[in-house]
Write a protein that binds this ligand. Structure first.
Ligand code: IVH
Length: 659
């Protein structure tokens, strides 16, 4: 017991350290697989000892709580909105009004993060509540979801009886781009911008989904700050940071409105350099005494104002609408635009997502349109300019056949997407190879889409498995492929053979099976062969696998084409086993039998543990059996072991061996 408790403490510390390295220092010092292993071990220990679970345990972040609807919570103090300023003159007017009441003061200028307000409550140092803004007076209780946000501390660095914190939850641009790409491939409607994506993610009824969405949080306000001895906004920001919150580091203090205006103009020009969306700046009177003197109007404080950046929209022409066929066969209509510079780059293509979106916005070929960048990254057609129509514009129709392979196209029931129905469509194959070599999959550097296209055109590859047969002489004739790059590419291809099972499963591009699922499946099954023969029931028994994914896996592995492809990979020497275990090989060379019904693990889990520690899980007891782990209602195998004088361990005894 004592050992286990110590182990729990050590695991929590190790996980917190890893989180810190990841979130604060951006330098992970352990791999994702190692991190998951620590977390799973802690989850297992806590499952056995529910009374050991503490509200700040890192296990509280993994999500899993599923709610039917959100409870309403009344905010301690209403969440107010701010007045907006759009021009220098608005800021000068604001300053004039302020100085009528308080002639001498400092302003703090903070970035206005484009997310959504989340109010947090801490009691005795622990996070106990998280709520949306709602109508300002009453919000929704989203505590379970808020706990999954890595940059929100579950425990403060110092114990405070009560603390109410406010800040902005947001989705970083990179997470937004990845999420929308996944959604497009799955035929789901994309989110319009990171703010909507963050809002949608926080309002998930299943907190596990929120956990996957990679949200972040910047804190900027505490209630009753005076009682904590804090007298200025700058002191609040320092205090929040000291308590373990993320505070946006870009804030600045000015005593003169002209300096504020210059700073705002500078930031407007630089707004795209941050890894998250900002839509302006917030200007606040620094001292709380002065804030109090200024007071509030009915809906906003007189001591603060939001300076909103002008929206960056440009006009251009939709010259054509073409179709891109993705990895899963989804046909995505894409606008070919007259090239225009916007938000730091020149844009000549914009995805139109799907036919519903085209019809809703009534986008026609030849239309003048307004273009902006969603989440600062993805070019998006905002609306058409009907006043510029000449009558020559043409309606777009979805083709009946795939433009790449002429196979029939169908709209699946309940989906917005149209799909090419062929499994041998060259576009799907090309996109499949692009996915196979991508960073989170087999990580073959130096193999971009253009090279892949040339290899396909030259008939050197038909599928990703053919990459492993490429030679130096195959590669050098490829455009812009020097000797050095060819050598590097061959080495990258060779190295990828040892990538391990989890990335390989992800690389296969099975529908509904993302990177994280690849890891779970690899850990659960240990080898491709085991996964290949898994049944619906076995798959669904895994906590992260739902019926849709289980069905998609069984279907995928039953295909003749899948089996052929895997056989080719195997022949090429691609490793189909889970990554080498980092565990001490205490069961090396030992054959171990598990029998009876276990409480602590699923059968497969304990068999995997045996494997991780170097042993072999066998199904029959013989003289060679090292020992038997017996659960409740063990029958003939237990008797046989006792007859042969073989050691029989309880689950607890087995667990002690692997501490
Ligand atoms: S202060 C009464 N600071 O912008 C003070 N707000 O209307 C209220 N926001 O809904 C907010 N970054 O969600 C403040 N550094 C920041 C902010 C910020 C983003 C959002 C907030 C609020 C809206 C202002």
């Amino acid at each position: 017991m004592q050992d286990e408790l110590e182990r729990v403490a050590r695991l929590r510390k190790a996980i917190e350290d890893a989180n810190k390295q990841y979130y604060e220092l951006n330098q992970p010092h352990i791999t994702d697989a190692e991190f998951d292993a620590l977390l799973r071990e802690l989850l297992a220990l806590e499952a056995n000892h529910p009374d050991w679970v503490t509200p700040d345990s890192p296990t509280q972040r993994v999500g899993g709580e599923v709610t039917k609807e959100y409870a309403k919570v009344r905010h301690l103090e209403p969440l107010l909105s701010l007045d907006n300023a759009f021009a220098a003159s608005d800021l000068r007017e604001f300053d004039r009004r302020v100085r009528q009441v308080v002639p001498v003061l400092d302003y703090v200028v903070e970035l206005k993060i484009d997310g959504l307000t989340v109010a947090l409550t801490y009691e005795e140092g622990f996070m106990v509540g998280g709520a949306t803004r709602g109508d300002g007076a009453v919000g929704e209780d989203i505590t379970a979801n808020v706990k999954t946000v890595g940059s929100i501390p579950l425990r403060l660095n110092e114990v405070v009886a009560k603390l109410s914190v406010r800040g902005e939850a947001y989705m970083p641009k990179a997470s937004f781009a990845r999420l929308n790409q996944e959604r497009e491939e799955e035929g789901q409607p994309p989110f319009a911008n990171p703010r909507n994506a963050a809002a949608g993610s926080l309002r998930q009824l299943n907190s596990q989904i929120t956990a996957q969405r990679k949200l972040e949080y910047f804190a900027y306000q505490v209630l009753a700050a005076n009682e904590l001895g804090l007298h200025k906004q700058t002191e609040v920001l320092a205090y929040l940071q000291q308590q373990g919150f993320f505070v946006n580091p870009e804030y600045k203090v000015f005593s003169d409105i002209e300096a504020v205006i210059d700073y705002c103009a500078g930031m407007a020009a630089e707004r795209h350099r941050f890894p998250y969306d900002i839509d302006g700046l917030v200007i606040k009177v620094n001292e709380f005494d002065l804030q109090q003197e200024l007071g509030f109007t009915a809906k906003s404080p007189r001591w603060a104002i939001a300076y909103k950046f002008p929206a960056e929209q440009v006009e251009t022409v939709v010259e054509d609408i073409i179709i891109r066929v993705g990895r899963t066969g989804v046909l995505t209509p894409t606008a070919v635009l007259k090239a225009v510079p916007i938000a730091g780059s020149t844009v000549s293509r914009a995805t139109l997502h799907n036919l519903d979106n085209i019809r809703e916005k009534d986008i026609r070929i030849g239309d003048y349109v307004l273009l902006q960048k969603a989440g600062d990254v993805i070019p998006e057609v905002v609306r058409v300019l009907p006043e510029k129509r000449t009558g020559k514009e043409r309606l777009f129709e979805m083709p009946d056949t795939c433009p790449e392979c002429q196979s029939p196209v169908r709209q699946d029931e309940g989906e917005v997407a149209y799909r090419c129905q062929s499994s041998t469509c060259p576009a799907q194959q090309r996109e499949g190879i692009i996915h196979f070599v991508s960073r989170d999959a087999m990580a073959i550097d130096g193999l971009g889409p253009a090279v892949i296209q040339q290899l396909l055109d030259a008939g050197l590859i038909k599928d990703a498995a053919d990459l492993y047969a490429l030679t130096f002489d195959d590669l050098t004739p490829i455009e812009r492929m020097g000797k050095k790059s060819a050598e590097n590419l061959l080495k990258a291809i060779e190295d990828s053979k040892q990538r391990g099972l989890a990335p390989l499963i992800f690389a296969l591009g099975i529908r509904h099976t993302g990177e994280k699922s690849g890891k779970t499946l690899a850990q659960t099954f240990g080898s491709m062969d085991e996964l290949l023969s898994a049944t619906m029931e076995e798959l669904q028994a895994i906590s992260d696998v739902g019926p849709t994914m289980a069905e998609s896996l069984v279907q995928f592995f039953s295909l003749e084409s899948t089996r052929c492809f895997l056989a080719k990979l195997r022949e090429a020497g691609v490793s189909m086993k889970a990554e080498k275990s980092s565990k001490p090989q205490i069961f090396a060379g030992k054959s171990i039998v598990v029998t009876g019904s276990l409480e602590r693990w699923e059968r497969r889990e304990i068999e995997n543990l045996i494997g991780e520690y170097g042993g072999k899980a066998a199904s029959t007891v013989s003289k060679k059996t090292a020992f038997v782990v017996a659960g409740e209602k063990a029958g003939s195998k237990l008797e046989k072991a006792q007859g042969l004088g073989i050691a029989v361990l309880t689950e607890e005894e087995f667990e002690q061996l692997i501490q």
